[in-house]
Write a protein that binds this ligand. Sequence first.
Ligand SMILES: C[S@@+](CC[C@H](N)C(=O)[O-])C[C@H]1O[C@@H](n2cnc3c(N)ncnc32)[C@H](O)[C@@H]1O
Length: 206
Amino acid sequence: MSKKWLNIVYKEKNPNRLKKHYKQWADDYDNDLQAWGYAYPKKIKQILSKHIQIKKNSRILDAGCGTGYVAETLIDLNYKNLVGIDYSKDMLEIARSKKIYKKLICQSLSKKTTMKSAQFDLVICTGVLTSGHVGPSAIRELLRVTKPKGYLILSISETIFSKLKFKDELEKRDSEYQYVHLTKPFIALPNHNDSARSRMHTLQKK
Ligand SMILES: C[S@@+](CC[C@H](N)C(=O)[O-])C[C@H]1O[C@@H](n2cnc3c(N)ncnc32)[C@H](O)[C@@H]1O
């Protein structure tokens, strides 16, 4: 395990260099996140059991799916209709090897994707809307591909919520969705000294 990757990826400003970091990290990513106590899978589980109700065959997009670490929790909960999108083919290769997604798409979320509008019952996006990764403009894209009455569960770290204008983007689009639930801030990686504090934002598209 190397603790360096967290700082490297969240400080990187160049998307091509970021992709190279994920290429090098991909093989160790799951073990590292597990060792650091990755909190998002548990939070997703809580939100799905307490705050939103969707059918087990719901079509779910894992946006910035990486290796599929969080999707494995969805599979454990018997949600099996999963599509993943990520711009790193190396992270996607690990995800593909798990055979848990119906489809994997290698595209950036920083611009409009080729995904059809209004097709997902739920979009999850964890560890992606953050510094050096995907900016607030992706919220528009994630809302676009969500069905009316469908849900979005987004992790957004507290330090960048205002600074990188995620708050502004959500406010600008508040006629397109309603808040279903907002967690208190929590430490995303409790066993890593440099972990950000995040919240899970659960929205329902109007
Ligand atoms: C910290 S990982 C999170 C992966 C997964 N969601 C999880 O929670 O384990 C961040 C992911 O965002 C992806 N990513 C970064 N910039 C991206 C972009 N512009 N478009 C799509 N994916 C991107 C990276 O390739 C990486 O897989």
